[in-house]
Design a protein around this ligand. Structure first.
Ligand SMILES: *Cc1c(COP(=O)(O)O)cnc(C)c1O
Length: 459
């Protein structure tokens, strides 16, 4: 209890000393959870805020107040969410979900020392790339491979290693910007290369490239347009034509595939997306692509291609700055290993499993969920099911194309409903389209967890 002192004739409640408060048993669990220093700071704030109030010495009230104040410290900032946006590989929601095999491999690598750069045969130094390069070569047909932090890093490194201080020719139709400030001209400048633009936005011809080649040319670069499509009167030069021209002049061709994939998506009824193997077979010298887009692994930038180019890339000092750690290498290796049995990917790799999910199965799920969803929304909302089109996301195939089904809610105060969904214990992220809230169910795998928290939505 607080001491009551007489000061200038009035009675005020003075807080106990911070030290004494910090030893209150009521505060012990919080100190255990977040550490002593933040709690001491919170106690100072409490003493300041409650000075003169009767409860300033109330340990239980103080503990509750401090707990609330420090709530953000007690809970992780990065939280699990339900991605029901309709975009499977959602960059803001963390892109690919890893396969169980990859998760286990990553966790195991976290716990113990590993042979990251150690050769058990002779007890000498090993190469970290050796854990994934053989897999990448096998899966793409390339002579050599290496990996870095992400695909933006892979592009930067390839340009810096092969063309710093010199010119790189790129079609104007491929001078793209990807979300999150990845712009080809900027990356080119950072890599120390001079960009030489050829052709026009919609059409670039082989003769445009040929005319631009000069004594200072170091490479020709192709970029997958990823998040946009040029339609109508268009023309670009396929690798099969560009490569002979470049090689005749002794120049390497670098291709940024963006999402890139190791398997033909048509196997699962999806539109064709360029594979790394096709690029390698067309003679591209360095192919770069992401680890956490269609490949379905951890964040990484993969570089595959000709041995001479990959060796120069691996020796560049930037490689050291952009290299992968043992955890992601373990996850990546385990993911690549799954590709040895492509026919089983649909069961074992969440990205492929989600993309290949039949619309009929999603529809059945929507029908299962609708009654509970409609009930918690109550009479003020019109709940229903609607056929929708989702996206792969992360720059693959920009046009809406994944036939799916969404739970829908129509009514007044859509933004409020969206906010209430985001405030659930596992926040639910949907999208709003023509005055309707849509929850695309293609990406809902943990149906039980979704249903278990629905009750909390009730007004
Ligand atoms: C996504 C993408 C990148 C960036 O890849 P990150 O792995 O996110 O760094 C670069 N180029 C293209 C064409 C892309 O689609």
């Amino acid at each position: 209890m607080s001491r009551t002192d007489r000061v200038e004739g009035t009675s005020i409640h003075r807080p106990p000393s911070i030290d004494r408060m910090a030893n209150w048993p009521a505060l012990a669990p919080l100190i255990d959870k977040v550490g002593r220093a933040p709690v001491v700071d919170a106690l100072r704030a409490w003493a300041e805020a409650r000075r003169g109030h009767a409860d300033v010495g109330d340990a239980a009230a103080c503990a509750r107040w401090c707990e609330e104040k420090l709530a953000s410290l007690a809970h992780p900032s990065q939280r699990r969410v339900f991605n029901l946006t309709g975009t499977v590989l959602h960059t803001n929601l963390g892109r690919a979900l890893l396969a169980e095999e990859a998760i286990e491999a990553a966790v195991a690598a976290m716990r113990t020392p590993t042979t990251l750069e150690y050769d058990l045969a002779d007890g000498g130094r090993g190469e970290r790339d050796d854990h994934i390069a053989p897999w990448l070569c096998r899966l793409t047909g390339a002579e050599a491979a290496t990996a870095v932090n992400n695909n933006a890093g892979a592009v930067l490194l390839a340009l810096a290693a092969l063309a710093a201080g010199r010119e790189v020719i790129v079609s104007r139709g491929e001078l793209i910007e990807i979300g999150g400030a990845f712009r080809i001209p900027d990356i080119m400048a950072r890599a120390g290369c001079r960009l030489v633009e050829v052709g026009t936005t919609n059409r670039t011809h082989l003769k445009d490239y040929a005319a631009a080649i000069g004594p200072d040319t170091a490479a020709i670069m192709k970029v997958h347009p990823s998040n946009y499509a040029v339609q109508g009167f268009t023309s670009s030069v396929p690798a099969a034509e560009l490569v002979p021209l470049a090689h005749e002049k002794g120049l390497p061709v670098i291709e940024d595939l963006g999402s890139g994939t190791l398997v033909d998506l048509e196997t699962w009824g999806l539109p064709h997306e360029p594979t790394a193997r096709e690029a390698v077979a067309a003679g591209i010298d360095v192919v770069t692509f992401s680890g956490d887009k269609l490949l379905g692994g951890p964040q990484a930038g993969l570089l595959v291609g000709k041995r001479s180019c990959i060796e120069r890339i691996a020796k560049n000092p930037l490689k050291r700055a952009l290299r992968l750690d043992k955890v992601r290498l373990a996850g990546l290796e385990a993911t690549l290993r799954l590709y040895a049995a492509p026919e089983r990917l649909v069961m074992r790799l969440p990205t492929i499993r989600t993309l290949a999910r039949p619309a009929a199965e999603i529809h059945a799920q929507a029908e299962r969920l609708l009654p509970a969803f409609a009930q918690v929304l109550g009479a003020a909302w019109q709940a229903g099911i609607r056929p929708v089109r989702g996206q792969i996301g992360s720059g693959a195939l920009p046009v809406d194309l994944l036939p799916s089904f969404a739970l829908t809610a129509k009514g007044r105060g859509l933004n409020g409903l969206a906010a209430a969904l985001r405030a659930l214990p596992i926040p639910v992220i949907g999208r709003i389209e023509d005055d309707t809230l849509l929850l695309d169910l293609r990406t809902l795998d943990d149906e039980a967890a979704f249903v278990a928290q629905l009750d909390r939505l009730a007004p």
